[in-house]
Design a protein around this ligand. Structure first.
Ligand code: SF4
Length: 312
């Protein structure tokens, strides 16, 4: 069934692969090409298509170091604790570290603060791989604060205290936590460790959302920053959906009482360009007329990185 009324697609100013993700995928690809036995620890980045691509090429993936018997282990973009690295060394594995440099920066900050006697409040999702890795750099000193409520419940403390953040946290949420933390703990040292790629994608969706009738964020359910983009978008444009691929787009979204003339598209930092192009192609197929597609300057759908292609 064709949908009527859709005329235009606007792609967000910033979307898709960030520097850290490109870097991790590139390291994993080069390592896999050279090593006889090579295993990625967990997911190289949180995107199902990227993970599948490595599986198709025969690159093993393991949930833990315990499950890897020999060869090379690739540490994913989200990073791990030193204990995981030590375990890999004890097993005689060759370690290739594809951790994003901006995550490594937080490891170093947290370690140094702990050595200097600080307690560190880390604003993040306690179950996210990045957070688990960061906590592991000073487990006896870092406590995860998942929300403003959690901060409010934190007991009074007059010693040395610092605040850091998950790289993909929402800036506005971190700002609220920072403000309250400074009020309650005037001595606190604040390190805003949200990465630039996260800020750019969040700001771009805030700019895009008021100008469209529906927003699609392309990203996997496991991607923290993709989920966050949808949550931010939904505060402005109620018709905001996370799609893992073009196959998830539902005709029903376009046939309700609210006319959908313009669709906005964004994507999390771990989403390859071919998935965004696929979503645009699907919308074009679904529409009953020619669709205008507005790309941000400098980005075009035919300017895909080789690593993006499902065949590469
Ligand atoms: S989202 Fe930021 S921290 Fe995470 S991999 Fe990308 S650049 Fe690095």
């Amino acid at each position: 069934m064709k949908i009527s009324g859709l005329k235009k697609i606007i792609v967000a100013d910033h979307y898709g692969f960030c520097m850290g993700v490109k870097n991790a995928i590139s390291i994993a690809r080069e390592t896999a090409a050279l090593a006889d036995t090579c295993t990625i620890l967990k997911e190289i980045v949180h995107n199902d298509a990227v993970v599948e691509n490595f599986k198709r090429k025969g690159v093993e993936q393991a949930r833990s170091i315990d499950a890897i018997s020999d060869g090379t282990v690739i540490i994913p973009a989200h990073g791990v604790s030193p204990e995981v690295l030590r375990k890999a060394e004890r097993k005689g594995l060759k370690i290739v570290n594809a951790t994003c440099p901006l995550v490594i920066r937080i490891h170093k900050i947290v370690k140094k603060l702990a050595e200097e006697g600080y307690r560190v409040l880390h604003f993040g999702d306690p179950d996210h791989d990045e957070t688990v890795g960061i906590v592991g750099w000073a487990p006896e000193r870092v406590e995860v604060i998942a929300s403003l409520e959690a901060l409010n419940a934190y007991p009074d403390y007059e010693g040395k205290l610092a605040l850091t953040s998950q790289t993909t946290a929402r800036s506005a949420d971190f700002a609220a936590v920072e403000q309250e933390a400074r009020r309650r703990f005037p001595q606190i040292e604040v390190f805003n460790t949200i990465c630039n790629a996260t800020n750019q994608r969040q700001e771009a969706i805030v700019k895009l959302a008021p100008n469209v009738d529906l927003i699609l964020v392309v990203g996997s359910p496991s991607s923290a920053n993709s989920n966050r983009l949808v949550r931010i978008s939904r505060t402005i444009c109620s018709e905001s959906y996370l799609i893992n691929s073009a196959d998830d787009i539902l005709v029903d979204w376009f046939t309700g009482t609210k006319p959908i003339a313009t669709v906005g598209i964004s994507a999390g930092a771990s989403t390859p360009d071919f998935l965004i192009a696929g979503a645009i192609d699907r919308l074009r197929d679904m529409a009953d007329r020619e669709i205008e597609v507005v790309y941000p300057s400098g980005r075009r759908r035919d300017n895909r990185l080789a690593m993006d292609s499902p065949q590469s």
